[in-house]
Write a protein that binds this ligand. Structure first.
Ligand code: ADP
Ligand code: MG
Length: 280
């Protein structure tokens, strides 16, 4: 299980691991048939056990056109993973399944997962990722908990992570973008950045990239990334006014940062909000 708040970086991390590790790579079996040891799906929302099974079947290349019973869907999943030699089933946004179900249905879900994991002739591993409510799935089932390993993303904190966040910003600006930082980053700036990003690793990266982009289009900046570019990036992502901008307000600690950056949806879909202007 990979658990972390929205924007922590779960999906990106798993994509990278799947792309890089040998055991997840597709291969040709001895009959020349292309075989993929891992399939990846996103749990639909809302999501019943049957819908989840249909989604897994679709990823297995076995889409169902007709209505069939829930247990038949999962029977087909068990059959198809064996035929297609799938060894890992990754389900992202798994909290959609957990949140939608009542206690009985949730127990059925964990029983189904256990059954598929433990098929005597073809056992598989599940990789389940999602936000912290997903943990309810294992906390209510001791057998599943015993069979699980949990990797948890913790949010970044100033006291613990300021040094590495500062290094990361410097690296992104000087190495990735080949630009310069206008000045050394004071502690307070890092604090504001972590506050604006709710401490989420991925959101920090998005904000830094956004600031670099602002600097690139700012001819007057002369290739330097300045504090005002962070403010502009934040305002673009969140649609906030100057008055609500964590990078501009003196009493920024009192501001609730914009939730637009950490909404529970794939980050790829997050498009910059239109800029609202209001005279202060
Ligand atoms: N390791 C990383 N390297 C570069 N960018 C990252 C990394 N992790 C996260 N990001 C950025 O943060 C955004 C949010 O991360 P994502 O993986 O979608 O988070 P989650 O799945 O936990 O909600 C991504 O779209 C990406 O831009
Ligand atoms: Mg994600």
């Amino acid at each position: 299980m990979v658990i972390g708040d929205s924007g922590a970086g779960k999906t990106t991390l798993l994509k990278r691991i799947v792309a890089n590790r040998a055991e997840f790579q597709p291969y040709q079996d001895r009959y020349g048939i292309s075989t993929s040891p891992l399939i990846s799906v996103v749990a639909p929302s809302p999501c019943t056990l049957k819908q989840l099974g249909r989604e897994v079947l679709r990823a297995l290349g076995y889409p169902l056109s007709r209505e069939i019973k829930e247990h038949m869907v999962w029977e087909l999943v068990r059959q198809q993973i064996r035929i297609r030699k799938v060894m890992f089933i990754h389900i992202d946004e798994m909290q959609h399944a957990v949140n939608t179900l009542n206690d009985t249905e949730r127990q059925k879900l964990s029983d189904t997962i256990k059954n598929v994991m433990q098929q005597p002739d073809w056992p598989v591993c599940f990789i389940l990722s999602g936000i912290p409510t997903l943990a309810r799935l294992v906390s209510s089932d001791v057998q599943l908990m015993r069979r699980s390993r949990i990797f948890e993303f913790s949010n970044l904190e100033f006291a613990k992570d300021a040094v590495s966040v500062r290094k990361m910003i410097e690296h992104m600006v000087t190495k990735h973008a080949e630009m310069q930082l206008a000045s050394a980053l004071p502690d307070e700036f890092i604090h504001r950045l972590l506050h604006a990003a709710y401490g989420r690793f991925g959101v920090v990266i998005q904000l830094v990239r956004g600031a670099i982009e602002q600097a690139m289009f700012d001819e007057a900046a002369g290739g330097q990334v300045k504090a005002r570019h962070f403010a502009a990036a934040y305002s673009r992502f969140s649609g906030c006014t100057e008055d609500e901008n964590v990078f501009l307000r003196a009493d920024w600690q009192m501001l609730q940062p914009s939730a637009a950056l950490v909404r529970d949806r794939p980050a790829e879909e997050v498009s910059p909000a239109p800029k609202r202007r209001r005279k202060v």
